[in-house]
Design a protein around this ligand. Structure first.
Ligand SMILES: [Zn+2]
Length: 294
């Protein structure tokens, strides 16, 4: 079981709570101390189950008994709940704080020069099928090639895990990291859902299960946050936020790694837009610019 970290948002003296349900209804101004204060978060409010922290690191919002968080208006799905006790103390599981919040608040960066781009699927594995005819495997490759071109223009060294319509196993893909001595692994996908209305860009970092993964997981989360800021607005549909998962390619990469889902091919309107060269070009330029500034 993960240990819970008290994040030290304590009640102002004199406020008495009857219990959690009562807490949900109250609005109050907690004090911020401890690690969050050290990170520049100074003022806080609590209303309708949401804590809002503000300070020189921007605005952070967390919801009681929920995985929902927001940093600077970017939605982040935590891998566990934040809880606010009846005494008004905010608790966030330690690994979640250290890998999904702290690296973003502190803007932890790492040097990037050599990048493995991994266009998902290929060969007999077609991936999602599009309402507009192009399979996911084809769109993943086209997008990866466009990104590679823009990265190389800016001086990055780029290696693709496949450069044609061939099948590459999930074990082989991250193996390219060692061969190429890469600093970053990026897996590129397009999404699909049974519900036609499902839409929007999303990006994943490695969900951390082991303290040994903490540094890479946190670095990936901060990069995912910056990429999301730049890329989500290019999609005409509302984004789905920054998430974390234990996808095999992210687990095996052993370096900072993200997996992006550019949008939903099962959505007829979105898939038409995703299939355009204009979208790929804009996406690739924003992607490369973000890495160049990182
Ligand atoms: Zn896919």
């Amino acid at each position: 079981m993960q240990t819970l970290r008290q994040i030290a948002i304590l009640l102002c003296a004199g406020v008495i709570f009857a219990g959690c349900s009562e807490l949900e209804k109250r609005a109050f101004s907690p004090q911020v101390s401890g690690e969050l204060a050290a990170m520049g978060m100074q003022t806080a409010s609590y209303e309708n189950g949401v804590v809002t922290l503000t300070g020189r690191s921007g605005t952070i919002r967390l919801k009681n008994e929920s995985q929902w968080a927001e940093i600077g208006n970017i939605p982040i799905t935590l891998t566990g709940n934040s809880t606010i006790s009846s005494e008004g103390v905010l608790d966030i599981p330690d690994l979640i704080f250290k890998t999904q919040l702290e690296p973003i608040i502190a803007d932890r960066r790492f040097p990037i020069r050599r990048i493995v781009l991994d266009p998902g699927h290929g060969g007999s594995d077609r991936g999602a099928s599009s309402a507009h005819g192009a399979d996911e495997k084809k769109l993943n490759l086209l997008l990866a090639q466009t990104i590679a071109y823009e990265l190389k223009k800016r001086g990055f060294e780029v290696f693709l895990t496949r450069s044609n319509d061939s099948f590459v196993s999930l074990d082989e893909r991250p193996a390219a990291v060692k061969k190429f001595k890469a600093d970053l692994f990026v897996s590129i996908h397009h999404n699909s859902a049974p519900r036609q209305g499902a839409c929007g860009f999303e990006i994943y970092s490695l969900r951390c299960n082991d303290p040994q993964e903490m540094a890479n997981s946190g670095s990936s989360a901060n990069l995912a946050y910056h990429l999301y800021r730049a890329l989500a607005p290019l999609n005409h549909f509302p984004g789905r936020g920054v998430k974390a998962a234990r996808f095999k390619v992210l687990r095996l990469a052993g370096i900072p790694a993200v997996l992006l889902e550019a949008g939903f091919l099962s959505n007829p309107v979105e898939s038409a837009y995703l299939a355009t060269p204009l979208y790929r070009q804009q996406f690739a330029v924003k992607f490369a610019e973000t890495l160049a500034k990182f």
